[in-house]
Design a protein around this ligand. Sequence first.
Ligand code: ASP
Length: 256
Amino acid sequence: NPDRDGFVTVDACIMDENANIGSVAFLERIKHPISVARKVMEKTPHVMLVGIGAQQFAVAQGFPLEPQKLSVEAQKSYDNWLIKSEYKPVINIENSKNQTAFAPNKLENGNWNHDTIGMVAMDANGNLSGSCTTSGMGFKMRGRLGDSPIIGAGLYVDNEIGAATATGQGEDVIRICGAHLVVELMRQGLSPENACKKAVERIIKIKGAAAKDIQVGFIAINKQGEYGGYCIQKGFDFAVCYADDKNFMVPGKYII
Ligand code: ASP
């Protein structure tokens, strides 16, 4: 989905087992921001590039500049939104009626609303890494950044302990340094699921009654290869993929 001025801006970050990090934010007209984040990590002395500078870097690295035009689906979604132009954060509460494994989600109002891909991974040597990529909250203010490009908020990896990533209302993930918090809770001995749950509970405690209007979900994996997830509201499922092609969806546990 575009921002409220009709522009798609994308954010992403990546972190590997050696604590190498790369991030791009407020990037326009580049299709795969996570690949640009990886180039920031591998090819620059920096960890984060934003806006036009990130775009210039992407083009210099050989990424094609996509047309400004919205896709047919995104244009439909934007036209729908323009009818009311209501500036209210649109959250990722899934409509499980329309949900199929690995497919994006359509809301009851016809809008597509699942864009963030957060991944945490363990390789054949037991090393952990992760990535998080998004076009952000639908119809956000121009220039708004969420948690997804921010190391420690949308993603964190500590190869001795575990890795975590987030989706949902980025403002509230940033507020608690979400992914970093989940990893630190695992360091204290919590399972991935319980660490995600504690982080979600912290957001609910801060938000009080307003928590019912937002969605935040975390997934995590620890050094033993155990995984888990938790979210505020129902409907946030996550996918587990093994090297031998054993892939399945896990229904997200939730609090409200
Ligand atoms: N976390 C993303 C953001 O706030 C949005 C999402 O996960 O849907 O930009």
